[in-house]
Ligand binder design. Structure first.
Ligand SMILES: Cc1ncc(COP(=O)(O)O)c(C=O)c1O
Length: 458
């Protein structure tokens, strides 16, 4: 059977099916219960109001019987979609054997390490599994970089998102996330990322990444720049929450050279862009470079089990036993599911499917951009796509309310997407990588219709 036929069996192929405009009555009841009893910080449920019942591949069903095309994939976690049968089977088998092992080895742990080593560049020979979230992996990467260099400062990029724990939040550029929290981990400084659509340096767009790289070199070179020599530079090879921003391939090559020139470590945060999302196992592979440390999480748990890891170069493996510890570092169900999911990805060329489908999907969305007054730019790599909504194509004034309207109307018509970006004005698509062409195009058609309908009002 062809991969495309196999992928088709994973989802409900005639999705979407909207029986009642969401949130339907059953959903409303559960949403009200949540509103009364859970934190005011709840967010996704406000943008996509519904209560979920089950998931199948790239489709989801709510408790009112509505079926959606999931083009958000649990924030990029569900690379193989919901309830992937082979991954679930591996998890079921494991749950009866042993579920928690700290970092004491087991055949399951050995298997995940060996699968990871087979997809990572050979230079990243060491693996460490920390706490289960992406933020935990970022904290471990920071700790490792600081420990090895004896330096404390870190350079991060504008538009970067690295998580919500102390260190990871300090590296996250969005001031909105930090307001009212007082001082976080000190020593983090930000430099511009090649966000060509809003070119931070002005000048020709095609040179935006060169100016960003030159600026990074400058702050490291010039002792009057106000930057202390950092332990590391951290970046997302493709920015996710910052608005699906794709730098040219040479940008990472230049950053790698600059880090080497100044003796600074390079951390690639691949929590969102990694494990097939952009059409390669790791997004840094598009540039042909190898970072010193890479972070992984999200898709690593196969079907959404929480797990995170960092991989790093042999020479950084200097920390003594117990230097970094934690209780939840050996969830064997997540390890079993993760190993199965990664093997499935390799066996079924899932990254290549994401690359091909992402390319034609972006071409479709570019057609909408061409005639639209409110879609400033459609962009992305693989199945990490963004639609930057503006009030006016000329002034590029950001339109966060239009992006939210796109999300709301798309949801009502059966397609789930999220909103992100510097100004909250980018509609973001992170569908499961096993989504079929039929479902992806249906989803894109609905989103395009929504944009055209909104446009009529402007
Ligand atoms: C690039 C990147 N790093 C880190 C994180 C944080 O991961 P988590 O939410 O699992 O803590 C995210 C989450 O979206 C991310 O996209």
């Amino acid at each position: 059977m062809q991969n495309s036929e196999k992928f088709a069996q994973l989802s409900i192929e005639d999705a979407p099916l909207i029986k009642v405009t969401p949130p339907g009555p059953q959903s409303r009841e559960i949403l009200e219960y949540q509103e009364k009893n859970e934190s005011s910080a709840i967010s996704y449920a406000r943008g996509m109001p519904m209560a979920l019942k089950r998931g199948k591949g790239a489709t989801l069903e709510d408790v009112d019987g509505n079926i959606y095309i999931d083009m958000f994939g649990g924030a990029g976690v569900m690379a193989l979609g919901h309830g992937h049968p082979e991954v679930l089977a591996a998890a079921h088998e494991q749950i009866d054997e042993i579920t928690h092992t700290l970092d004491i080895p087991s055949p399951t742990r050995k298997n995940l390490v060996s699968v990871l080593k087979s997809i990572l560049p050979s230079q990243l020979s060491r693996l460490f599994f920390g706490g289960p979230t992406g933020s935990d992996a970022v904290e471990q990467a920071l700790k490792l970089a600081k420990f090895n260099t004896g330096r404390y400062n870190i350079i991060a990029f504008e538009g970067g998102y690295h998580g919500m724990t102390g260190g990871a939040l300090a590296l996250t550029s969005d001031a909105g996330h930090k307001e009212g929290l007082g001082p976080l981990v000190p020593g983090v400084q930000f430099v511009p990322y090649p966000y060509t659509y809003r070119n931070p340096f002005g000048g020709p767009e095609e040179e935006c990444d060169l100016r960003c790289a030159e600026y990074l070199d400058h702050v490291l070179e010039d002792s009057h720049s106000g930057f202390m020599k950092p332990a590391a530079v951290i970046l997302e090879p493709v920015q996710g929450e910052g608005g699906s921003i794709v730098p040219p391939e040479r940008f990472l090559q230049n950053v790698r050279k600059i880090c080497d020139k100044h003796g600074v470590l390079l951390i690639c945060d691949e929590i969102q862009s990694g494990l097939g999302r952009t059409g390669k196992m790791f997004a840094f592979e598009h540039s042909g470079i190898v970072p010193d440390i890479v972070t992984m999480s999200k898709a690593l748990g196969g079907v959404g089990f929480p797990i995170s890891a960092i991989a790093y170069r042999e020479e950084l493996n200097t920390w003594p036993a117990g230097k970094t510890i934690g209780t939840f570092r050996g969830n064997m169900v997540a390890f079993a599911a993760g190993a199965k999911a990664l093997s499935y990805m390799v066996e079924h060329n899932v990254p290549e499917h994401a690359a091909k489908l992402g390319k034609i999907l972006l071409e479709e969305l570019k057609k909408v951009e061409k005639d639209s007054k409110i879609l400033g730019e459609a962009r992305g790599k693989g199945l990490m796509l963004g639609l930057e909504m503006v009030k006016d194509r000329e002034t590029k004034e950001p339109a966060p309310e239009i992006a939210r309207e796109v999300r709301k109307l798309a949801h009502q018509r059966g397609v789930m997407i999220e909103v992100g970006g510097h100004y909250g004005n980018v509609a973001r698509l992170l569908p499961p990588l096993i989504i079929t062409e039929k479902l992806a195009f249906k989803g894109a058609e609905i989103i395009s219709d929504v944009i055209r309908d909104i446009e009529k009002k402007y």
